[in-house]
Write a new protein. Structure first.
Length: 187
């Protein structure tokens, strides 16, 4: 679908605005997602080219599918706190999660432990139920990524051992959790 016909995506929560990325967001994105604390469970610091590729993936997902891990910013100030949303897991060829709708979050370390990941991910998942036909939404992390696993639990994700897989690029084992689509009227 061309950008002219694709609706602009933005949603608000009590404290946050989730919105599409713009090229002007590239420096803030790099600053938030590529720190030692942020990347400890993700294989360590990325090169500038790898961070650029991750940002480009956000933009490409939005252009292709109409949704992505959106920019998450404070409504009060416009300050970016992270990247949260849903995406089609099309880069996991050969794994049980290939093509699944994936929920994900990366909140900058200065914003940790304030509930932003849960607040934003809840809104993104609600958007998925309202706008997509997916029967479930998945989320995954390595066993070492305790903060993400905790967020999954607080959001109501349930462990799906049969979907666990090894990351194609690193071989690390990912523990998969899923949320089943709520029954009509329960959303």
């Amino acid at each position: 679908m061309s950008d002219r016909r694709r609706p602009h995506v933005s949603m608000t929560t009590a404290r946050l605005l989730l919105r599409e990325w713009t090229e002007a967001d590239r420096p803030a994105f790099a600053h938030l997602v590529n720190t030692p604390a942020m990347t400890v469970a993700l294989g360590g610091l990325a090169s500038p080219a790898e961070v650029d590729a991750l940002f480009d993936k956000r933009m490409a997902d939005q252009a292709r599918d109409g949704f992505c891990y959106w920019a998450a910013e404070l409504r009060a100030s416009g300050e970016m706190v992270g990247s949260v949303g849903i995406r089609a897991a099309t880069n996991y060829t050969g794994t049980p999660v290939f093509g699944m709708i994936e929920a994900g979050w990366r909140i900058g370390e200065s914003w940790w432990r304030r509930g932003f990941a849960i607040e934003a991910a809840s809104a993104a998942i609600a958007w998925a139920w309202a706008n997509l036909d997916a029967p479930r939404v998945g989320a995954w992390a390595t066993a070492a990524n305790l903060p993400s696993l905790s967020v999954m639990g607080r959001l109501g994700f349930v462990r799906a051992v049969e979907l666990d897989f090894d990351r194609p690029e690193s071989g690390e084992r990912c523990l998969v959790h899923v949320l089943e689509r709520p029954a009509r009227g329960a959303q």
